[in-house]
Design a protein around this ligand. Structure first.
Ligand code: NDP
Ligand code: GDP
Length: 324
């Protein structure tokens, strides 16, 4: 019999990639959809799965809606991807970020405890929890030092998942995912901001792109590769936590160089620094060690930073070309 999965954050970047992956594995996929003033389903259309995902209305802040969603979907697996996920916004809306990205995780876990404590649970933890780390390469045991309200909120989600596993035997896994991007990444994140700008500059629709700290370094992977690791975690005999990363790091500057060179331009002619885009506290460098994911899950990143940025630039070139 096919399994049922409920995905929170179905309208974000990762939700649709995970939904597509699970549909291809034969799952019945339910998407937990927060009500907004306008249509948020464009990513499901982009991946051509809009008719294959069953939508259930609800909000992470509303425990009753989560309980109803678990009952309706009869979920075997729950992937908690919903969050206020943009670090920059977390300084402007710290309380909302704490509630949605942090405290709401206990709502999902409580819903599982109430409805069926055999449901397997995936929590979207993040490399942002490492923050101001002194380790040159970060693994599952590296001490956390988050640098934003987002990072702090995610630490709550991480530890409450571990706590429910230890207290109530819930099959809860936390994936400590490093930055992952794609053509459907939010435009506010630096990779997509840059690939979109590259396309607009190429077509004469924009002159410059303004960035903040371009010396920050990130371990960037492809979202499509990373959703498989989420699923693999829930297929193991025992729940555990895993770092998911490529094991390579690049500066924002190097990423810009890659993106602009793809269309034959020199980033130095188009990238301007705007000090207003510097963050109150920066995470200077992230580099993940994916050894445990490789050994235990058999998972490995398949896409390099260059391949990723080029496929994003290509998608943005296509989009901008077709814009009216
Ligand atoms: P996105 O920001 O693209 O998506 C966030 C999703 O959460 C959206 O579907 C959004 O819905 C939903 N959401 C926000 N608030 C609520 C709420 N109150 N109730 C229900 N749904 C809500 O994130 P990504 O897809 O990029 O990331 C998925 C998860 O992984 C997030 O938790 C993120 O923090 C985490 N993560 C991401 C990394 C990355 O590099 N992408 C790295 C490590 C962790 P709506 O569209 O309606 O606002
Ligand atoms: P994050 O790692 O989750 O914060 O992902 P982002 O893509 O938002 O940012 C990655 C890095 O790029 C951070 O160190 C930012 O400070 C840096 N950065 C530099 N300029 C910008 C910018 O204009 N927008 C964003 N989002 N990040 C920028």
């Amino acid at each position: 019999m096919s399994k049922n999965a409920l995905i929170t954050g179905i309208t974000g970047q990762d939700g649709p990639y995970l939904a597509k992956f699970l549909i291809e594995k034969g799952y019945n996929v339910y998407g937990f959809l927060a009500r907004r003033g306008s249509d948020t389903l464009w990513r499901l259309r982009y991946l051509n799965i809009i008719d294959d995902v069953k939508i259930i209305d609800g909000d992470l802040l509303d425990l009753s809606s989560l309980i109803r969603a678990l009952e309706t979907s009869k979920a075997d697996e729950v992937y908690n991807l919903a969050a206020q996920s943009f670090v920059g916004t977390s300084w402007q809306q710290p309380i909302l970020t704490t509630q949605v990205t942090g405290f709401s995780v206990v709502n999902v876990l409580e819903a599982i405890r109430i409805v069926n404590n055999k449901i397997k649970f995936y929590q979207a933890s993040t490399s942002e929890m490492f923050g101001k780390t002194s380790e040159t390469i970060q693994c599952e045991d590296t001490v956390f030092h988050p640098r934003s309200p987002y990072g702090v909120a995610k630490m709550f989600g991480h530890y409450i998942t571990i706590n429910y596993r230890e207290s109530f035997n819930i099959f809860g896994c936390a994936g400590i995912l490093f930055n992952h991007e794609s053509p459907i990444r939010g435009i506010e994140f630096v990779t997509r901001k840059v690939t979109d700008a590259v396309a607009r500059i190429k077509y004469g629709k924009q002159k410059k792109v303004y960035l903040g700290n371009i010396d920050a370094q990130r371990d960037w992977g492809y979202a499509k590769d990373y959703v498989e690791a989420m699923w693999l975690m829930l297929q193991q005999d025992k729940p555990d936590d895993y770092v998911v990363a490529t094991g390579k790091t690049f500066s924002v500057r190097e990423m810009c160089e890659t993106a602009f060179s793809y269309v034959g331009l020199n980033y130095k002619d188009y990238v301007e620094i705007d000090p207003k885009l510097y963050r109150p506290a920066e995470v200077e460098r992230l580099l993940g060690n994916p050894k445990k994911a490789k050994e235990k899950l058999g998972w490995e990143a398949k896409t390099s930073m260059k391949e990723l940025i080029e496929l994003m630039a290509e998608a943005d070139l296509e989009r901008v070309k077709n814009e009216r």
